[in-house]
Design a protein around this ligand. Structure first.
Ligand SMILES: [Zn+2]
Length: 166
């Protein structure tokens, strides 16, 4: 199984809304396996299809918390959020080397389909809630740096550009 290329800041696919809802089947199963492998290889806890260059509404996460193992979701949507706002340090495999503190709701309920096409509903808190919100943002072309103040964002982008220069 190949490790896929991860698109980085500046790639147009990261800024586009993902439109395609992938259909269950062997092709999707293979893609999901490749996405997990790519995520583990990069030591991430979540990966969205646009990050591997695909305009699909598909995410994989593995926050490795008790009871919350591997999860792949088709067309995930946040249907509820709450628990107040939490500020947590986030990074992104598409913006390697930089992190920033992002405010997000502490809990969320996500609905979508599993890879067999069955409806699923996830009541998430902690790292799982954080990770799901970050990955679902990717499906709408939103990156965590968009949720920072303009000053903080431009500092991070500058730092990233410096780090990623050959
Ligand atoms: Zn990300």
């Amino acid at each position: 199984m190949p490790v896929l290329k991860i698109e980085t800041l500046g790639a147009e696919v990261l800024r586009r809304r993902a439109e395609e809802v992938p259909a269950p089947g062997p092709e999707l199963d293979r893609l999901v396996q490749d996405m997990f492998e790519t995520m583990y290889d990069a030591r991430g806890i979540g990966l969205a299809a646009p990050q591997v260059g695909l305009g699909m509404r598909l995410i994989v996460v593995d926050v490795d918390e008790e009871g919350a193992g591997k999860l792949a979701l088709i067309d995930p949507r946040i249907v509820e959020s709450g628990g107040g706002t939490e500020r947590v340090e986030e990074g992104c495999l598409s913006i390697p080397g930089v992190t920033g503190s992002v405010d997000r709701p502490a809990t969320c309920v996500v609905e979508g389909l599993d890879t067999q096409g069955n409806p699923v509903r996830i009541d998430a808190d902690g790292m799982m809630a954080r990770c799901l919100q970050h990955e679902i943002d990717h499906l709408d072309g939103v990156l965590f740096i968009d949720r920072l103040s303009p000053i903080k964002r431009s500092m991070l982008v500058k730092k990233y550009r410096k780090l990623s220069k050959p």
